[in-house]
Design a protein around this ligand. Structure first.
Ligand SMILES: NC(=O)c1ccc[n+]([C@@H]2O[C@H](COP(=O)([O-])OP(=O)(O)OC[C@H]3O[C@@H](n4cnc5c(N)ncnc54)[C@H](OP(=O)(O)O)[C@@H]3O)[C@@H](O)[C@H]2O)c1
Length: 334
């Protein structure tokens, strides 16, 4: 049976406390002058937490910002516009637990001629109990993993993420928001891949970190398939470290208040946690770079399993099969 690094949400949160005190060698590489001028940045789950922090900083750094989400429309976008002084912030509806909305979202971008220079796949949930979506797939698996597969495939197929930018032009970037808790998760279990299983808070937190391992493995495989011999899209992953966000909002009673206390005391504000993500999104240091991983402002290797070529191929095929099993329109690139 698949398992993540943690099976206790409080221990997982306390591991985040350790990150809080770790060195950040690359923080000086993000400069106040680094700007998204002329660029479009798309962020999923941008109405809250880290995604909101990223949207605000991107708007301050002169990006056209597309905030994708299922709530807070339009007021969260207006808040970002007011705080940043930008008139180039817009919100678009996207519910990653409903596959049909992903098609509508990508169609909308395509019709409006929007080709984001940077796509930040940030939306995520940490559910204490399994929940079945209308597709029959468990919600945390769908939102944190499979919908990102669907979204990236549709964006590339529709040309919303162009693969053939002219020589010398900056390449599009796709950033997967991951978690360093993926390290040490078990190998992907294909017998139970995408199969609905009930869970409670212990298995929930274990699944959360395991799904991030699955996501990172997909990110590396996507990069292999898109970038055959030359980098056409920079596809990277990052753990923002501990963020004082709403991620634990569904934790039950005492657990919620315990975690909230830890978050309040030592986790970083979304605005601060957004900075390494902004660095990876804007810096020339990442031009033409792919399959990189940052843990806050530190370069790291992902869990070694994420780089395994045979594993990447197997995951790609299993993801395609699963998508097709719930959606007749499913089609993976390559
Ligand atoms: N907090 C941490 O310490 C930490 C550490 C490492 C990594 N991360 C990662 O950071 C990312 C952002 O999380 P956060 O901590 O900022 O939590 P958050 O405040 O709960 O933000 C999560 C965002 O995802 C959105 N979302 C959830 N389900 C969705 C759906 N079905 N469709 C579209 N959007 C959906 C939420 O929208 P609603 O407001 O509508 O629910 C919200 O905007 C996640 O990928 C998380 O795994 C967080």
């Amino acid at each position: 049976m698949a398992r993540g690094r943690f099976d206790n949400p409080v221990v997982a949160a306390l591991a985040g406390v350790k990150d809080f005190f770790s060195g950040q060698p690359l923080s000086e590489r993000l400069h106040d002058t680094d700007s998204f001028e002329g660029k479009t940045v798309l962020i999923t789950g941008a109405n809250s937490g880290l995604g909101y922090g990223i949207a605000l900083e991107a708007a301050r750094r002169r990006a056209r910002v597309i905030m994708a989400g299922r709530s807070g429309i339009p007021e969260k976008g207006k808040m970002i516009a007011d705080k940043s002084g930008s008139d180039r912030v817009e919100m678009r509806y996207l519910d990653l637990s409903k596959i049909e909305t992903i098609y509508d979202f990508v169609d909308g971008l395509s019709k409006d001629g929007i080709t984001p220079d940077v796509t930040i796949l940030n939306a995520g949930v940490a559910l204490p109990f399994a929940r079945k979506t209308e597709s029959g797939i468990e919600e945390m698996f769908l939102v944190n993993y499979l919908s990102n597969v669907i979204l990236t495939n549709l964006m590339i197929q529709s040309g919303v993420v162009p693969l053939n930018r002219d020589e010398g032009e900056p390449k599009p970037r796709i950033l997967f928001i991951s978690s360093d808790s993926h390290q040490g998760s078990s190998a992907i279990d294909y017998d139970e891949f995408g199969v609905f299983q009930s869970y409670g808070p212990s298995k929930g937190i274990s699944n959360y970190s395991y799904f991030k391992l699955v996501l990172n493995t997909y990110a590396v495989e996507l990069s292999r398939r898109v970038n055959r011999g030359q980098v056409r899209v920079g596809i990277n992953a990052i753990c923002p470290g501990p963020v004082h966000s709403e991620i634990i909002k569904e934790a039950p009673g005492v657990l919620y208040y315990t975690l909230k206390g830890i978050f309040r005391l030592v986790f970083r504000s979304p605005e601060k946690a957004a900075l390494p993500v902004i660095y990876m999104a804007v810096s020339d240091d990442y031009e033409g770079k792919t399959e990189e991983y940052l843990h806050m402002f530190r370069h790291k290797r992902m869990d070694e399993k994420c780089y395994d070529v045979a594993e990447g191929k197997k995951l790609w095929e299993a993801s395609g099969r699963l998508w097709r099993s719930v959606d007749p329109k499913a089609s993976m690139i390559g």
